[in-house]
Design a protein. Structure first.
Length: 94
């Protein structure tokens, strides 16, 4: 999962998806990272679906809820926002 996060931080979204697709245990974190990577490659529908799945798996996770709201609002994510989300995730899951 760390490799996927590193690819996302460096805006290598297709590579992040390749790594994620090798993971069979799809946790909320997996769906979160997949949502960001899918958004990065332009798969907006898949991104929203995966963000929603992460949020539904961990409904108390504010980072996941914020990602869903961001995608639903149509706001474009810039690298700084994604990095902030990843940093928040790392802090809450360390």
């Amino acid at each position: 999962m760390r490799a996927a996060a590193n690819y996302i931080n460096n805006q290598h979204y297709a590579e992040a998806l390749n790594v994620l697709n090798t993971i069979s245990n799809k946790t909320a974190a997996w769906y979160y990272y997949s949502a960001i990577a899918n958004k990065g490659v332009g798969n907006n529908v898949q991104a929203l679906e995966h963000a929603s799945m992460a949020s539904s798996m961990e409904p108390n996770n504010a980072t996941y809820r914020q990602l869903v709201r961001t995608f639903e609002s149509g706001t474009l994510l810039v690298k700084a926002v994604m990095v902030e989300c990843l940093q928040l995730f790392a802090v809450t899951h360390s």
